[in-house]
Design a protein around this ligand. Structure first.
Ligand code: ADP
Ligand code: BMX
Ligand code: ZN
Length: 300
């Protein structure tokens, strides 16, 4: 495989890039249109991917949602405007005419960061605090996907049994308290006007007390999630990414919250070196490893 058309489909943004030998040659990013109508997503994918596909040999997608057998099943359909059961692999393969690989976005980003950190941390969790809260796990140097693609969906672990109802149907998930959408909801209720997570974050940076409370709560919940993962999986490092995770000072807030816990709960905490490109880079690396021909042995 030489040139990959790598795609990152998140709840807020959709990006595509041509990547050759790990180098991004060309990249485009648009807003993810929120609609339960699959035709809306298909049209957006076609507009973005078809013009770039003539320059690519393969397509590889990092997508929000559980990816199993090439089908996107939203654990939290609200993050995608209610869209669910979308056969993303076959749709993209037929619109581009190219072999298409698809994995979960946080799993892809975990693979990108594992490689970007030069495999120094064979037991590593990547957490994205973005539209939702996603996670990807590399254990013993292997990216974990799971038999049904669910591996690592730690954003839906319990944070507060009395917390808000999560779009997945469970009450008090990490995502319902800590994600960009959750911060936007909490802020909209308080300020009595629709707010995004990004807007709440800039109010926090301006020292507005309610926004500060919302952002600190998010960071505290993420720190507890990291502690839970560390005590379960004995991690070498946790890498933080996503629009919120990479926002100024967020990692320090998580670090401060972690510092209140006993040492055994505190892994090394690192920023995502690939930044917002972790999904596309991880997808291209994933396609590369899938395209490697199996070693064949000749029997004399
Ligand atoms: P996606 O979820 O599509 O991968 P992002 O990683 O950009 O996209 O995450 C989107 C979420 O992060 C939204 O809730 C948005 O409001 C929030 N966000 C984006 N940029 C920032 C920022 N600079 N500071 C704080 N929050 C941000
Ligand atoms: C949700 C879930 C995960 C995803 C995570 C981060 C859906 C549609 N997505 O927990 O699969 O990895 O959000 O996604 O159920 P993002 O859009 O915030 O990057
Ligand atoms: Zn949930």
């Amino acid at each position: 495989m030489s040139r990959c058309l790598a795609v990152d489909l998140g709840g807020t943004k959709l990006s595509a890039a041509l990547i050759e030998h790990g180098i991004i040659l060309k990249k485009q990013c648009v807003e993810t249109l929120s609609s339960s109508d699959p035709a809306v997503l298909s049209a957006a994918l076609s507009d973005l991917l078809v013009p770039m596909s003539c320059e690519a040999d393969v397509v590889s997608v990092a997508s929000t949602g559980i990816i199993n057998d090439g089908i996107l099943t939203a654990l939290n359909p609200e993050n995608l405007g209610g869209l669910n059961a979308y056969p993303i692999e076959s749709i993209i393969a037929s619109m581009t005419g190219l072999k298409t690989w698809v994995i979960n976005d946080a799993q892809a980003a975990a693979w990108a960061e594992f490689n970007r950190y030069e495999a120094q941390y064979p037991n590593m969790a990547f957490i994205t605090v973005s539209t939702g809260v996603g996670a990807g796990l590399v254990l013993n140097g292997q990216l974990q996907i799971g038999a049904r693609g669910i591996f690592g969906h730690a954003g839906h672990m319990l944070a507060d049994p009395n917390g808000p109802l999560c779009g997945c149907g469970r009450r008090g998930c990490v995502e319902a308290l800590a994600s960009g959408r959750a911060m936007g909801f909490a802020g909209s209720a308080y300020y009595n006007q629709p707010c995004t997570g990004k807007e709440i974050y800039s109010r926090y940076l301006d020292n507005q007390p309610k926004a500060r409370e919302i952002v600190l709560r998010s960071a505290e919940v993420i720190a507890q999630l990291i502690a839970n993962l560390n005590i379960t999986l004995d991690l070498d490092a946790v890498v933080l990414g996503g629009g919120v995770g990479l926002a100024p000072n967020y990692l320090s807030l998580v670090e401060e919250a972690l510092c209140c816990l006993p040492l055994v709960y505190r892994p090394k905490l690192l920023p995502a070196l690939c930044g917002t490109d972790a999904g596309i880079i991880g997808a291209s690396l994933w396609a590369e490893s899938n395209c490697t021909l199996p070693v064949t042995f000749e029997i004399a």
